[in-house]
Design a protein around this ligand. Structure first.
Ligand code: NAD
Length: 499
C-alpha cells in the first residue's frame, strides 16, 4: 500500500511517529494509502526549520517572491489534469468539479502574482512641519494553515499563496482524508523556485494541530473546517496570542420569490444542492419559496431534474453529476439525518437512501434526497447535513423568508431568485450573511474580492484571499520621521496635534 509522507525542507519526509490514518477511495470503500500523523516533536522541528528559512524569504524583494507565484501558476496550469485527478481520487468529486477546485485556487495564485502592489505601504508627506509618516506591511513570520477535506486544492492555495507572497513561511496541515494534492502542490512550489523550508506540509490530526496552536513561533493560524473545530481553534490560538481566522460550517438558504424564473431557480438549486454530493460550504441546502403557489410549482420543477441526476465514480465519465461522500461514517450520519427528517414529520419527496451502484456496493454513494414541508425545529434544518439532501421550507411572505435566513446561526452564503430589483436590493442590504447571490446560486466571490461568512460560519478577523489576506498575513508598522534641517528648538514635552 502507498505510504504518504510529509514535505519538509523541499523534499518528502517519512513520518516518524508510527501513527497513520487511512486514506480511502470513497468510490470503493477501500483503503488506498496511509498518511503519517505527525507527533508534536515532528511538528515543532518543522516549525523551527521554517523559522530559519523565513528570514531569507522575507528579505527577498516582493517582486521576486511574486515571480515564484508566476512560475507556480504556470505549473498548476501545466499539471491541471494531474492535480484534478489527485483531488478526485481521494475526495471522490467528478473530474470537471475537481478542475474547478484547482482553478478557483489558481485564481488566488494569480492575484498573488501582483502581490507587490497589495504590499505597498502608505505615506503622508509633511504630516507636520518637516514630518513624514509612512506605514509598511511586514510579514508575520511563520504562520499555519489547517484545511478541510472538501476542497483539497482550492483551500490550501487560498492559504499558502497570500501567506508566502507576503514573505511568511507556512506550516500547512491538510486534511488527513485528502492529503496528496497539498503534497503535490508543495513539490510544484519547489520547482517554481520557493526556497526549501518556506512551505512545510505536515500531515496529522488533533495532536499536530494542538502542537501547532501551542507552538510559540507560530504567529497566525488560518483554519477552514467545521464550526465546532473552528471555534475551538480560534479560542486556543487567540489565548496563545496568535492572530486567527477560522472559517466554519454553513446552512445556506435560497429564497425564491413568486416573480422568479422558476426553471432557472430549479436548475440552480439542483446544481448548488447536489453538486459535489452537497459537500460544499457554499452548497444551498435550504430552498425557501415564498407563497404556496411558488412552493408547489418549484417542487414540480425540481423532481424531474433531481430524478435525472447521475451518481457515480469520477472514472465513469464526465456526465456523472456527483460522486460519493467522503467516508462510511459521513454516509451513516447523512442517512441517519434523513431518517430523522421522516420521523419528525417532513415530507420526503425523493428518497436517496436505498441507492446502490453495481460494482461499487461498498462505496460511499447516496442518492439525492428532497424534503418538503421542513420546519426550523427539525434536525435536518438545524444540522449542516453536508450531503446530497435539499430541504424546502415554505414561507408565507418575503419578510418571513428573510427572518428565517437571518435567524439561522450560520451566515456563510445565501441567494435570492427574483425579477424585482427592489426586493433583491433590500435582501442584499438587510441579510446578515457574508456572501449574497442575486439570481446566482453559489456566490463564491472572485479572487480579487474576498471570501468570508458571518455569525457561526467564521471566527476572527478579516476574510480569506483578496486584499483582506494581505492584511491578515502582514503586520503594520508606522514610522513618524523628522529630519532636522538647521537649528531646532529644544525637546517638546506636550503630547499635541501636529500643527
Ligand atoms: P473538520 O473540522 O473535521 O476538519 C478540518 C481540519 O481540522 C482538518 O485538517 C482536520 O484534521 C482538523 N481537525 C479535525 N478535528 C480536529 C480536532 N478535534 N482538533 C484539531 N483539529 C482537528 O472539517 P472537514 O470535515 O474536513 O470539512 C468540512 C467542514 O468544513 C464543513 O463543515 C464545511 O462547511 C466546512 N468548510 C467551510 C468553508 C468556509 O470557508 N467557511 C470552506 C470549506 C469547508
Amino acid at each position: 500500500m502507498q505510504e504518504l509522507s510529509h514535505y519538509i525542507d523541499g523534499k518528502h519526509a517519512k513520518g516518524g511517529s508510527g501513527r497513520f490514518a487511512d486514506v480511502m477511495n470513497p468510490a470503493t470503500g477501500e483503503v488506498q494509502a496511509r498518511v503519517p500523523l505527525a507527533s508534536a516533536a515532528e511538528l515543532d522541528n518543522a516549525v523551527a526549520r521554517a523559522a530559519e528559512a523565513q528570514v531569507g524569504w522575507a528579505a527577498t524583494n516582493p517582486q521576486r517572491r511574486a515571480r515564484v507565484m508566476m512560475k507556480f501558476g504556470a505549473l498548476i496550469v501545466e499539471h491541471m489534469d494531474e492535480l484534478a485527478e489527485l483531488v478526485s481520487r481521494e475526495h471522490g468529486k467528478t473530474l470537471p468539479d475537481a478542475r474547478g477546485d484547482v482553478q478557483r485556487g489558481l485564481e488566488v495564485v494569480e492575484v498573488c502574482m501582483g502581490g507587490p502592489s497589495l504590499l505597498k505601504g502608505e505615506f503622508t508627506d509633511n504630516g507636520g512641519p518637516g514630518i513624514d509618516l509612512y506605514s509598511m506591511r511586514q510579514p508575520l513570520g511563520v504562520v499555519a494553515g489547517i484545511t478541510p477535506f472538501n476542497f483539497p486544492a482550492m483551500i490550501p492555495l487560498w492559504k499558502l499563496a497570500p501567506a508566502l507572497t507576503c514573505g511568511n513561511a507556512m506550516i500547512l496541515k491538510p486534511s488527513e482524508r485528502c492529503p496528496s494534492t497539498a503534497l503535490r502542490l508543495a513539490e510544484l512550489l519547489t520547482e517554481a523556485g520557493l526556497p526549501d523550508g518556506v512551505l512545510q506540509v505536515v500531515n496529522g490530526d488533533k495532536e499536530a494541530v494542538d502542537a501547532l496552536l501551542d507552538n510559540e513561533t507560530i504567529q497566525a493560524v488560518g483554519f477552514v473546517g467545521s464550526t465546532p473545530i473552528a471555534q475551538y481553534i480560534y479560542g486556543r490560538a487567540a489565548t496563545n496570542g496568535k492572530r486567527a481566522q477560522c472559517f466554519g460550517g454553513a446552512k445556506n438558504h435560497m429564497i425564491i420569490m413568486p416573480d422568479a424564473d422558476l426553471d432557472k431557480a430549479a436548475d440552480a438549486l439542483v446544481g448548488a444542492g447536489y453538486g459535489a454530493a452537497g459537500e460544499r460550504c457554499m452548497a444551498i441546502s435550504v430552498a425557501v419559496p415564498v407563497g404556496k403557489e411558488t412552493a408547489d410549482a418549484l417542487i414540480e420543477r425540481l423532481v424531474p431534474r433531481i430524478e435525472k441526476l447521475k451518481v457515480g465514480p469520477y472514472t465513469a465519465g464526465e456526465d456523472v453529476d456527483y460522486g460519493p461522500v467522503i467516508t462510511a461514517q459521513a454516509k451513516e450520519r447523512i442517512l441517519g439525518l434523513i431518517d430523522s427528517g421522516v420521523e419528525q414529520g417532513a415530507e420526503l419527496v425523493i428518497d436517496g437512501r436505498g441507492f446502490s451502484l453495481q460494482g461499487y456496493e461498498n462505496g460511499h454513494f447516496i442518492g439525492p434526497s428532497l424534503f418538503d414541508n421542513v420546519t426550523p425545529d427539525m434536525e435536518i434544518y438545524k444540522e449542516e447535513i453536508f450531503g446530497p439532501v435539499l430541504s424546502q421550507v415554505r414561507a408565507g411572505s418575503y419578510e418571513e423568508a428573510l427572518k428565517l435566513t437571518m435567524d439561522n446561526p450560520y451566515g456563510n452564503g445565501t441567494a435570492i431568485y427574483t425579477a424585482d430589483g427592489d426586493t433583491a436590493r433590500d435582501f442584499a442590504h438587510r441579510v446578515n450573511v457574508g456572501m449574497v447571490g442575486i439570481n446566482f446560486p453559489i456566490p463564491v466571490p472572485l479572487s480579487y474580492h474576498t471570501f468570508g461568512g458571518w455569525k457561526k460560519s467564521a471566527f476572527g478577523d478579516l476574510n480569506q484571499y483578496g486584499p483582506d489576506a494581505f492584511r491578515f498575513y502582514t503586520k503594520t508598522k508606522t514610522v513618524t520621521a523628522r529630519w532636522f534641517s538647521g537649528i531646532k528648538d529644544g525637546g517638546e514635552f506636550n503630547f499635541k496635534a501636529m500643527d
